[in-house]
Design a protein around this ligand. Structure first.
Ligand code: SF4
Length: 220
C-alpha cells in the first residue's frame, strides 16, 4: 500500500525526500542504505544483491511474504533455509533450519523497526532471526517499509509491542495478552514472543548490512 502523504521536505532551499537524511545517516554508519519508491524496484535490487549467492536464509517476515520475494527467490533454484518451508515437512526441525540459515551466503529479512537514529530494532522469541542479522551470513539484506520508521529505540519498542506483536501473536494463535486482549501486559508466559530485544547500531565487523527502505507500508 502506498501512503498518500507528501514524502518531500524542504531543506536548504531544495525539496528532498524526507527519508534522505535517514539514508545518509545509515550510510555514514557503514550500512548500505537505499531508498525505493516502490516494492517492485526494491525487489529488483534484492535479486541483484543475491545474484551470486547459492543459499539464502530467510527470516520469518510478513514483509518478505507480502512482497512476493519468497516465491521469486524459490523460482531461481537457490537453496532456501526458512521455517516457512520447514513447516511443510512431515517432521519439521526448526533448530536445524535456523542453524543452516546462519551459515547461508545471504540472510534476507525485514526489521521490526528502523529508527531515525539509524538503528535496527528487533524483538524475537527464539532469537534465531536477530542472531542471523548480527552473527550469521556476511551479507544481510533488510527490506523495510516506511511504516517501520520510528523516532528512537523507545518509540520503536512501543510501536512493536502495540502494532506488530498483537498481529503476529494472533497470526500464530498464541495465548498471550497481546493476542487475546490486543494490548501488551508484559506477560511472562512461555509463549511470550518478546524474549530477546536487539538494537543494531552499526554493522558488526565483517558484515555488509543492506537496508532497502521502501516508500510503502510493508508488514507490521
Ligand atoms: S510481552 Fe507478552 S503480551 Fe507483551 S507483546 Fe510480548 S508476548 Fe505480547
Amino acid at each position: 500500500m502506498k501512503l498518500s502523504f507528501c514524502t518531500s521536505v524542504k531543506k536548504e532551499g531544495i525539496f528532498m525526500n524526507e527519508y534522505q537524511e535517514l539514508i545518509d545517516l545509515l550510510n555514514s554508519k557503514r550500512f548500505h542504505a537505499e531508498f525505493f519508491e516502490d516494492t517492485g524496484s526494491a525487489k529488483k535490487r534484492i535479486m541483484e544483491l543475491i545474484s551470486d549467492a547459492d543459499s539464502i536464509g530467510i527470516g520469518g517476515s510478513q514483509t518478505i511474504k507480502e512482497s512476493g520475494l519468497f516465491d521469486e527467490i524459490a523460482a531461481t533454484g537457490k537453496t532456501i533455509y526458512s521455517q516457512t518451508l520447514e513447516r511443510k515437512k512431515e517432521k519439521p526441525d526448526n533448530m536445524a533450519v535456523w542453524r543452516s540459515a546462519m551459515g547461508a551466503d545471504v540472510y534476507l529479512t525485514s526489521t521490526n523497526a528502523l529508527t531515525r537514529e539509524g538503528d535496527l530494532i528487533n524483538i524475537d522469541g527464539n532469537g534465531n532471526r536477530v542472531a542471523a542479522m548480527f552473527f550469521g551470513p556476511d551479507k544481510v539484506i533488510v527490506l523495510c517499509g516506511i511504516n517501520k520508521v520510528s523516532k528512537g529505540p523507545h518509540d520503536a519498542i512501543a510501536r512493536i509491542k502495540k502494532t506488530a506483536c498483537p498481529r503476529n501473536a494472533k497470526r500464530l494463535g498464541l495465548p498471550t495478552p497481546c493476542a487475546t486482549e490486543g494490548v501488551c501486559r508484559n506477560c511472562g508466559l512461555p509463549e511470550r514472543m518478546c524474549k530477546v530485544t536487539v538494537r543494531i547500531q552499526y554493522p558488526p565487523n565483517g558484515k555488509d548490512i543492506h537496508i532497502l527502505l521502501v516508500n510503502e507500508v510493508l508488514g507490521f
